[in-house]
Design a protein around this ligand. Structure first.
Ligand SMILES: NC(=O)c1ccc[n+]([C@@H]2O[C@H](COP(=O)([O-])OP(=O)(O)OC[C@H]3O[C@@H](n4cnc5c(N)ncnc54)[C@H](OP(=O)(O)O)[C@@H]3O)[C@@H](O)[C@H]2O)c1
Length: 316
């Protein structure tokens, strides 16, 4: 059985988005999906959104993840007292994570932003339950990263908890129009620094504060899949950095196994944010709610996997 899904995300920075092309070609990518009913593509009001029809093979149940929209699961994870640290919290997907997590007064959210001098008023406004702690975390700055553990430890000492979840969300796609024939060293270096080295250093810095059973989630992209790239190549520099992040994820999963920490990478889908653009296919609210359902249902054997926001497993 095959069925058609909405595209693996095709995000690009709005300001540098190349002209959209409609495509009529179908691309076949095999995803294994958790045991669930057939997917319901999010409805987009953007009738002009670019679509690539991906023929998905019949689902092969590989893991018993919860349906992300399952009411029972949502209720369960919302009732637990949990401590989260995330980067890129001031806007986009990161901000939506803070919005959803902070609505539970029993949750502690340590929200990393590049700089507190930037406008973080929307994030600050989410602190209605006094459970959002905003700290600086510039993932491109060695100084900021090396002092991160002190800022996090200070907050943890107030609550007496360790981190249950560490979400590396901050990322850039700054030269989305480039190709293998035009990419340059400066941009590649910057993407690797922010999208790869940043998540590596954050885990190094905070590993001592990760609770046993904690989850590290690296926000990657479908464009970081080598399998997907055999059909769809876009955003060369960005996709190379996300492929490297995926490899980092596998190393982290192995290296933290003894500490009982699960590490995964997650494709949020093509999301309406500054990076994804207004023509993207899903709202951040939908993507984040689904991702929270996925991480809440992870089993030990799920460490080192590449998930899509709806719980599907993406081939490397
Ligand atoms: N949107 C999509 O369709 C899509 C698809 C696949 C993957 N993703 C991934 O999802 C993640 C979030 O993307 P988004 O759509 O929310 O993008 P976004 O709206 O552009 O937000 C990017 C976030 O990253 C932060 N950031 C960038 N450089 C930083 C640095 N040096 N230090 C700290 N924070 C930094 C930004 O902070 P500032 O405001 O300070 O710049 C902002 O909070 C990224 O890793 C992205 O690659 C997104």
């Amino acid at each position: 059985m095959t069925y058609t899904l909405y595209p693996v995300e095709l995000e690009s920075r709005t300001s540098t988005r190349p002209p959209r092309k409609r495509t009529t070609s179908s691309q076949s990518v095999n995803f294994s999906r958790p045991n669930r009913t057939s997917p319901t593509p999010p409805q987009s009001s953007q009738t002009t959104a670019p679509r690539i029809n991906i023929q998905i093979q019949a689902p092969t149940p590989t893991t018993a993840l919860p349906a992300p929209h399952s009411k029972a699961k949502r209720t369960t994870h919302k009732l637990k007292m949990r401590t989260y640290f995330l980067t890129g919290a001031n806007r986009g997907i990161g901000l939506e994570f803070v919005r959803q997590l902070s609505s539970n007064p029993h949750t502690t959210v340590i929200a990393g932003v590049r700089s507190k001098s930037n406008d973080i008023s929307t994030l600050e406004a989410l602190n209605t339950n006094s459970n959002v702690h905003i700290i600086e975390c510039d993932v491109s700055s060695p100084d900021s990263l090396s002092s991160l553990s002190f800022r996090v430890a200070e907050i943890l000492s107030q609550t007496g908890a360790n981190l249950d979840y560490l979400f590396n969300i901050a990322g850039i796609n700054a030269t989305s129009a480039d190709t293998s024939l035009s990419l340059d060293a400066e941009s590649l270096q910057r993407h690797m620094q922010i999208n790869v080295l940043g998540p590596a250093k954050i885990v190094q810095s905070l590993r001592g504060y990760l609770a046993r059973g904690a989850v590290v989630m690296n926000m990657t992209s479908g464009l970081g899949s080598l399998t997907v790239a055999t059909d769809v190549t876009k955003c060369c520099t960005y996709s190379m950095s996300k492929a490297a992040l995926n490899m980092l994820t596998l190393h982290q999963a192995k290296d933290l196994k003894g500490a009982g920490v699960k590490v995964l990478c997650m494709d949020p889908g093509w999301v309406k944010t500054r990076m994804g653009g207004k023509g993207a296919m899903i709202e951040a609210q939908v993507s984040v709610e689904s991702m929270l359902g996925v991480v809440a249902g992870l089993k030990d054997g799920d460490s080192g996997k590449f998930y899509r926001y709806d719980g599907g497993v993406i081939p490397w």
